[in-house]
Design a protein around this ligand. Structure first.
Ligand code: CA
Length: 202
């Protein structure tokens, strides 16, 4: 029974040989296309960071809630408290001092504590590396009852425009912090916005 079956298969293959022409069907070599500049309208490549925060300390997003003046879609406020310096929060279009507004981030702590310092790391996003910095800012410090107890102003420092604030030691429980841009690079990019890579509170 096998021989006729094989013969039939061979016949079919021979009859159909010209249909697919396997000798000429090699796939063309893959062409490496130039990678276009990522568009801000595209979805973010990785909205959820896959790697956990490297620090042993409880991450800030677990200790506080964060509100912002606005966010560019796809670059949310949570990017500023995810433990990843390469991910940034971006304010919405034209939400910058340079465009006539006052972008801010506001942290409310779940358990008010005697905090000592606040560092705000400027944008390090490799896709949009320059033109989003906050140059001068104001930190408002609120106690556990929501009362404004200190206001500190500073200029950003260093190549990536970081801020370092020392908090008043007499405040036993800090309930909230609000950082507001007072001078920025909102006229140095297409979208008129600003960005913050990470907020570190200790
Ligand atoms: Ca981040």
């Amino acid at each position: 029974m096998n021989a006729p079956a094989w013969a039939a298969v061979a016949c079919v293959l021979a009859a159909c040989g010209s249909k697919d022409a396997p000798g000429q069907s090699e796939a063309p070599p893959a062409v490496e296309e130039a990678r276009p500049e990522p568009a801000r309208d595209d979805p973010p490549p990785d909205p959820e960071p896959s790697a956990p925060a490297p620090k042993a300390q409880l991450p800030l997003h677990a200790r506080a809630t964060i509100e912002v003046s606005s966010s560019y879609p796809g670059w949310p406020a949570s990017n500023a408290v995810d433990g990843d310096e390469q991910s940034s929060w971006y304010s919405g279009s034209n939400d910058s001092v340079a465009q006539g507004r006052q972008p801010f981030v506001h942290l409310t702590f779940k358990d008010p504590a005697p905090l000592r310092s606040v560092r705000i790391l400027g944008n390090r996003d490799p896709n949009f590396f320059n033109g989003y910095a906050i140059l001068e800012g104001r930190l408002d410090v609120f106690d556990a009852g929501g009362r404004l107890v200190a206001t500190i102003t500073a200029e950003s420092k260093g190549e990536r425009h970081d801020f370092a604030f020392e908090l008043p030691r007499e405040v036993e429980g800090i309930g909230a912090l609000r950082f507001t841009s007072t001078r920025d690079e909102g006229k140095r990019n297409w979208w008129g916005d600003v960005a913050i890579a990470e907020i570190i509170v200790e």
